[in-house]
Design a protein around this ligand. Structure first.
Ligand code: HEC
Length: 179
């Protein structure tokens, strides 16, 4: 028996069809989200110039500054993260309260969508840090960038660096020996 068949046996007639309609709508939503495929090239721009992730995580996402004088603080190595798409999305939207990792969604902590917490739950001065905020599509692009260009890639190479910096590669990537 199909799930819908089972539900219509188990549920009163008045609720059954409504419930099935709504779970169908949810299934459609999921398909739409999957269809909203991330664009890593656009995601790179979010990493560099919208979310300024690069300032703390470095051009390579390894938590090192490289030789970029603009990069100041060491964040976690995103190359070694174990987070999946869902985990990345949550950490980027909600940040990591109690650390310098900021949140990047203007809706976070207004309701309990982030770790069940709202701003009022934190003691003064210990609240989550607010970062630059950006929209859903930029977030999907950013995660696609991390998943294709950063996570699991091991030690940063000159070629990757050159790819990242383009025209200014000579200056920015000299510290990585050309293979
Ligand atoms: C102000 C500095 C700062 C900025 C800006 C920043 N981060 Fe972070 N991020 C951190 C720090 C520090 C940690 C480690 C927190 C800890 O666990 O102690 C971290 C942790 C993370 C983690 C969790 C890694 C793991 O495996 O636990 C992810 C994912 C992440 N950052 C992604 C991003 C992205 C994407 C951006 C840009 C939208 C960004 N961060 C911007 C400082 C920053």
């Amino acid at each position: 028996m199909t799930l819908c068949g089972m539900l219509s046996v188990m549920l009163p007639v008045s609720i059954g069809p409504a419930l099935m309609a709504s779970s169908y709508a949810r299934a459609q939503d999921t398909t739409d989200t999957a269809a909203l495929a991330g664009d890593p090239e656009r995601g790179k721009a979010v990493f560099q110039r919208v979310g300024y992730c690069v300032n703390c995580h470095g051009w390579a996402g390894d938590g090192q500054a490289g030789r970029n004088p603009m990069a100041h603080a060491a964040g976690a190595s995103l190359r070694e993260t174990q987070l999946d798409t869902e985990g990345l999305t949550e950490v980027i939207k909600c940040g990591l309260p109690g650390t310098r990792m900021p949140y990047h969604d203007s809706a976070s902590y207004r309701d309990d969508r982030c770790y069940g917490m709202v701003l009022a739950d934190f003691d003064a001065g210990s609240g989550p840090v607010r970062g630059k905020t950006f929209g859903e599509k930029q977030l999907v692009d950013l995660v696609a960038y991390l998943e294709t260009h950063v996570i699991g890639l091991g030690k940063p190479t000159y070629d990757e660096c050159a790819d990242y910096y383009g025209a200014s590669a000579d200056k920015a990537c000299g510290y990585l020996k050309k293979e």
